[in-house]
Design a protein around this ligand. Structure first.
Ligand code: PEP
Ligand code: MN
Length: 262
């Protein structure tokens, strides 16, 4: 059960020794999409050196247009596993369909993207696994709906759920989404599950990522999800919101400076 009432203590999700929640703060970083062995290994090495605790990378990409880059698919998972071997960082990647489950055997955290937050059959299957699940808030989902989706996973016996606030649809179009930071302290009252914030997808603009990351820390987030690319201008997906490794290093330093006060 995700409800704080029945489980007053914070849940700590332990990913191969990398802990999230209950006072353990983690930064998950990496490119939107895995693009090549060189790219994923180079980003992995740099985010690790800067202090990231986990590596993210999309292999199956839920793109708005069917003509946009769809991800490297199974080959992308293979390359992520290479980067995991090279750096020792646990890896996080998005699953889009039940049929992809066998490919995620060695993926440490399975991400359920915003567009699949209410894919209930997928959630039920993930509930039967023992894998940590990073559950992102749907594009227009309420916090109650997000929690019910977590409940689907937990009802199957898998309590290792990390929630992610990644911005919601509003009338504002200057930013890609509107980051709902009130979700963090609110969710803390409603649930014991850890909550991480993704300022990359929430804003869609690299310049806004660091200030919103710091704001997320100030309101009590248990972690951050940050898109980092070695060459953002030429990224195959989400380049405009991706940080360079240098900008990511700067973000981590700023976040570490305010962490003890959060
Ligand atoms: C992503 O993390 O790359 C992604 C597609 O995010 P979201 O599901 O939040 O849009
Ligand atoms: Mn992305």
């Amino acid at each position: 059960n995700a409800n704080r009432k029945f489980h007053p203590q914070d849940t700590v999700v332990d990913v191969n020794g990398v802990k999230v929640g209950g006072g353990n703060f983690q930064i998950i970083a990496g490119p939107c999409s895995v693009e090549s062995l060189d790219q994923i290994c180079s980003v992995a090495e740099s985010v690790k050196a800067s202090g990231a605790g986990m590596l993210r990378g999309g292999a199956f990409k839920p793109r708005t247009s069917p003509y946009a880059f769809q991800g490297m698919r199974d080959k992308g998972i293979d390359l992520l596993l290479e980067a995991k071997k090279a750096t020792g960082l646990p890896i996080v990647s998005e699953i889009m369909d039940l049929s992809q489950m066998p490919l995620f055997e060695e993926v440490d955290v399975i991400q359920v993207g915003a567009r699949n937050m209410q894919n209930f059959e997928l959630l039920k299957e993930l509930g039967k696994t023992t894998k940590p699940i990073l559950l992102k808030r749907g594009l227009s989902s309420t916090l109650q709906e997000l929690l019910m989706s977590a409940e689907y996973i937990m009802a199957g016996g898998n309590g290792r759920v990390i929630l992610c606030e990644r911005g919601i649809r509003t009338f504002e179009t200057t930013t890609r989404n509107t980051l709902d930071l009130s979700a963090v302290p609110l969710l803390k009252t409603m649930t014991h599950l850890p909550i991480v914030v993704d300022p990359s997808h929430a804003t869609g603009l690299s310049k806004l990522v660091k200030p919103m990351a710091m704001a997320a820390v100030a309101c009590g987030a248990d972690g951050l999800l940050i898109e980092v690319h070695n060459d953002p201008i030429h990224a195959l997906c989400d380049g405009q919101q991706s940080l360079t490794p240098e900008a990511f290093t700067d973000l981590v330093k700023s976040v570490q400076n305010i962490l003890p006060f959060a």
